[in-house]
Design a protein around this ligand. Structure first.
Ligand code: CP
Length: 356
């Protein structure tokens, strides 16, 4: 498919199982809400979710998208609930979409950043968690540079903890956004071939995406410089049984990865997390691994171009492709609000049913 061809229109997803909240006059969501994360109080990664739970969230997000399309985008579903966004790292998409999601659902949303909190005065993560516990908040949406930090906080609070990105480990809501975006276009995930290109070693998005896509039956092909591949990922081979992400194919070149793909996802080089100079030259990187119009034309007709953002245009993706007809990058951002509404709703409104 050439860059001038239009991407396929989004198809409506299956019927929404969960009644979308926010019909005028709704009572706050209560005990009759479906349990989407059965037995789980937190969302720390997608690896612990069953395919049915993922499907349930994606279907609920369809209902949330309908709420967002209304003239008055406000529902009382989480009225009286308090959501804290606790960000120790920069963010635009994730933080703003969680804030918007919470507010549309009627929750009180309080934003805390490391720079504006007592972290600046040396308060530990444990004492920050205990402080928020004492305030009886309902959900903590947390981003932290250290892998595992949200798991630690989850062990010390009564609130639901949602991982908004921890170090190089996981970014579960970005993965759910990506699954939702793909599913809206193709009507399914199973059997699709998704090529992910770039910094496979340090990207938390790719880790959660690989879990989610494999879980939902998609074929995943990754590629990147050898210095940016995790242990067990050998170019030209499939990750063997017994290793995390078994079954993921590692292509030997970007062209090979893109050939026949239904979705091509470019990843940012996570230079802020790299401990050493993994790349001698960005121009060479762009030529060998960047997604440009020639490379994208090797994908299947109708293939989507995705990027979790923020993009470094001209490095991992060329500007014409990033803003071209096949790009769904802005759709990913828009879908972020609906998906995060579904996650907040499932965890906070459904908490009483989950009973933890
Ligand atoms: N995709 C993503 O996590 O973007 P932000 O860093 O802007 O939240």
């Amino acid at each position: 498919m050439t860059q001038t061809q239009a991407r396929p229109p989004a198809v409506a997803g299956p019927a929404v199982k969960a009644t979308p909240p926010g019909q005028a006059g709704d009572a706050p969501a209560g005990g009759d809400q479906p349990v989407m994360f059965a037995g789980q109080r937190h969302l720390l990664d997608v690896d612990t979710l069953s395919p049915a739970e993922v499907t349930s969230i994606l279907e609920s997000a369809e209902g949330m998208a309908e709420v967002l399309s209304r003239d008055v985008r406000k529902t009382p579903a989480l009225r009286g609930k308090t959501v804290i966004t606790l960000f120790y790292e920069a963010s635009t998409r994730t933080r703003v979409s969680f804030e918007q999601a919470g507010k549309v659902l009627g929750a009180d949303v309080i934003n805390v950043t490391a720079d504006s909190s007592s972290v600046k005065k040396g308060e530990s993560l444990l004492n920050t968690a205990l402080t928020l516990r004492a305030m009886h908040v309902d959900a903590i949406v947390m981003r932290h540079p250290h892998s595992g930090a949200p798991y630690f906080v989850a062990d010390h609070v009564d609130a639901s903890v949602i991982n908004a990105g921890d170090g190089t480990h996981a970014h579960p809501t970005q993965a759910l956004v990506d699954l939702y975006t793909i599913r809206r276009h193709f009507g399914r995930l199973s059997g699709l071939r998704v090529a992910i290109i770039g910094d496979i070693l340090y990207s938390r998005v790719v880790r959660s995406d690989m879990h989610g896509l494999r879980k939902m039956g998609a074929e995943v092909v990754v590629c990147g410089p050898r210095t940016l591949l995790p242990p067990g990922f050998a170019p030209g081979e499939t990750v063997p049984e017994g290793l995390p992400f078994q079954g993921v194919r590692v292509a030997a070149s970007a062209d090979e990865a893109v050939e026949g793909a239904d979705v091509v996802m470019a990843l940012r080089i996570q230079s802020e997390r790299q401990s050493a100079g993994h790349l001698p030259d960005l121009r060479e990187y762009s030529a060998r691994w960047g997604v440009n119009s020639r490379r994208l034309s090797l994908a299947n007709p109708g293939a989507l171009l995705m990027h979790p953002g923020p993009m470094n245009e001209g490095i991992e993706v060329s500007s014409d492709v990033a803003h071209g007809a096949q790009s769904v990058v802005e759709e990913q951002v828009a879908n972020g609000v609906a998906v995060r509404m579904a996650v907040l709703y499932a965890l906070v409104a459904g908490k009483r049913e989950i009973g933890q």
